[in-house]
Every structure is written in C-alpha cells, then in structure tokens.
Design a protein around this ligand. Structure first.
Ligand code: ATP
Length: 140
C-alpha cells in the first residue's frame, strides 16, 4: 500500500532513504535547507522543498502535519537535528525517526521524543559483521 513519508536532510543518508521509498511507490516529501540539494534530488522524490526544519512555521507551511512518519536525516548539525525532532513531536507527528552521530546525540534524541534513533555507521558495521559470519557467505 502506498504510504506518505517526509525526509528532512537530503545528504547521502537522507537521499538514499527518500529515493528508496519513492522508487517503491510511496509518496515522499524531501526537505532540505540547502537549495542545491533540493534541486539535485527533486526528481528522486514526489515533492522537494527548501525549508529550515528547526522552524516550526516553516514545517507547518510545507504541510508536515499530513505525514505520519518523518525521518530526520541531519547529522553534523546536532543542534538542528535535536530541534527538528522536538518541533516534529510538538506538532504531533506519530513516528519520528532520527539519525544520530554518536551515543550521546542518540540519548538526547530519545529524550526529546524520537521514536527510533539510527546510528548509520554503527548499525551498518554490525550488519556487515553478521553477514560475514553467516554460514551462507563465501570467503573471498
Ligand atoms: P550525509 O552524511 O547523510 O551525507 P551530510 O554529510 O551532507 O550528510 P549532514 O550535516 O548530516 O551532512 O546534513 C544532511 C543534510 O541536512 C544536508 O543536506 C543539510 O543541508 C541538511 N540540513 C542541515 N540542517 C538543516 C535544517 N535545519 N533544515 C533542513 N535541512 C537541514
């Protein structure tokens, strides 16, 4: 079934989530503060808009409240990522998923209401290690 997702931050991580969801037939709103990023990924999502996700009014203006699931894929600007999660939860978004750079960042994201925090490098490292140890993997 077709679902609606908003992805905030169209870096490598966010754009990969957004385009995968879009290619699978979902409606995807991509948001970035950087106009060049929005231009670059406009054909990989349903709609792409420039907005600062730390501004409640800006998020309201792009219709964020119509989305049940929002992914905050901002990493380096820790303050912006925390503020975005806080604003999204205050706006009543049901499921907010956020990327964390490190353990402390992740703890704060959960404290401000994130429903699921992902640590891309750590999580991927674990997956690769488990994959290597799986009996079906050929040595190379
Ligand atoms: P990645 O590691 O996924 O490639 P990156 O290295 O480009 O990301 P990040 O700082 O994690 O850098 O930012 C991801 C994206 O989030 C960038 O495209 C950036 O413009 C965007 N971004 C940063 N702050 C905001 C904000 N306040 N509102 C919306 N988008 C933002």
């Amino acid at each position: 079934m077709k679902k609606q997702y908003a992805v905030i931050g169209l870096g490598r991580f966010g754009s990969s989530i957004a385009s995968t969801l879009f290619e699978a037939g979902n409606e995807v709103l991509g948001i970035d503060i950087n106009e060049e990023r929005v231009e670059k990924f406009k054909d990989c999502v349903t709609y792409a808009v420039v907005a600062d996700s730390t501004e409640e009014e800006a998020l309201k203006a792009v219709g964020i409240r119509n989305f049940d699931t929002v992914i905050v894929a901002i990493g380096n600007d820790i303050q912006a990522s925390i503020l975005a999660v806080l604003v999204l939860k205050e706006l009543g978004i049901k499921q907010v998923i956020a990327k964390a750079l490190n353990k402390r960042h992740g703890q704060v994201l959960y404290k401000v209401g994130a429903d699921w925090v992902v640590f891309p490098e750590r999580d991927m490292g674990e997956r690769v290690a488990h994959h290597l140890m799986s009996p079906n993997v050929l040595d190379f």
